[in-house]
Write a protein that binds this ligand. Structure first.
Ligand code: PMP
Length: 284
């Protein structure tokens, strides 16, 4: 079955969706994106992704191309047309098409692209085994809070980590972990506290992070939002990452140091269950 994608107002077969070589997304990475996961054909944390999209656009001086309601309708239409039961919807908005110029042109019609991805999320075998993460110096730009399509460095870091035999990498700045290449990073201290870096321009403000921290607090878990060092991470009782498409994913080793018994820890497992259960209830 050919995949139907959305491009600037039209639903078209993927192979017919074409954009200009002068698109600023292509020439300058002048665009932002969101990935919303789908469970049982419904969208998870949609309101959070919409709010962050609006913020990312506004930080780059762009406007929402359509209302939130209309964007939701496009997401739903694509999920329905492609029969997606479990997976995600990728959305990208670029400033649009113009002759190459460092000066950002004003008033362009944005390029709006959405496509679906079918994936196994709930029953992911990786959640049973846990991830091994390597480490990479965080060499990204200083506005990591804006979800731009400028993903070259995290892509290089993940590729190097996988070549070195890890599943992913955690990025490190001044000895402290910022986040994973495409997820937020957490440790659980030996006295049971969940520690994750505080929000700032240094990390992406994960939508899953916000939901998981709220659920952790409701489950009487202790959360500390602060930077943690690589040494602290290696000495932790357990660790995990969060993102829209991995939910809560246990981490069982960091840079070759095995945490605990090398199996997903009880807090990560519990949070994964809670997150999936609660998100399914709130899905739209
Ligand atoms: N940090 C980075 C660098 C990411 O790329 C992502 C996922 N795109 C996240 C964190 C997790 O964000 P979310 O929970 O909104 O998917």
């Amino acid at each position: 079955m050919t995949r139907i994608v959305y491009l600037n107002g039209d639903y078209v077969p993927a192979e017919e969706a074409k954009i200009s070589i002068f698109d600023r997304g292509f020439l300058m990475a002048d665009g932002v994106y969101e990935v919303t996961s789908v469970l049982d054909g419904k969208l998870i944390d949609f309101a959070g992704h919409l709010a962050r999209l609006e913020r990312s656009l506004s930080e780059l001086g762009m406007e929402m191309p359509m209302s939130g309601e209309d964007l939701l309708a496009v997401h739903r239409e694509l999920v329905a047309r492609n029969g997606v039961v479990e997976g995600g919807v990728y959305l990208q908005i670029t400033r649009g098409v113009a002759d190459r110029d460092f000066l950002m042109p004003e008033g362009l019609a944005p390029t709006v692209v959405l496509f679906t991805m079918s994936m196994v999320l709930k029953g992911s075998p990786k959640a049973e085994k846990g991830l091994s993460v390597g480490l990479a110096e965080d060499l990204r730009w200083a506005r990591r809070d804006i979800k731009t399509v400028q993903l070259l460095y995290p892509s290089m870091a993940k590729t190097a980590a996988v070549k070195a035999g890890f599943d992913d990498a955690w990025m490190v700045e001044d000895g402290a972990v910022t986040e994973g290449t495409s997820n937020n990073a957490y440790i659980v201290t030996r006295d049971g506290k969940i520690v994750t870096r505080q929000l700032s321009n240094d990390i992406l403000h994960g939508i899953t992070r916000a939901a998981v921290l709220k659920m952790a607090a409701e489950a009487q878990m202790v959360v500390e939002e602060r930077a943690f060092t690589v040494e602290e991470a290696k000495a932790a009782a357990e660790a995990f990452v969060t993102s829209a498409t991995t939910f809560v994913m246990p981490v069982v080793s960091i840079d070759g140091t095995v945490l605990g018994d090398g199996k997903p820890g009880p807090i990560a497992r519990r949070l994964r269950e809670i997150y999936i259960e609660e998100s399914e209830k709130l899905a739209v």
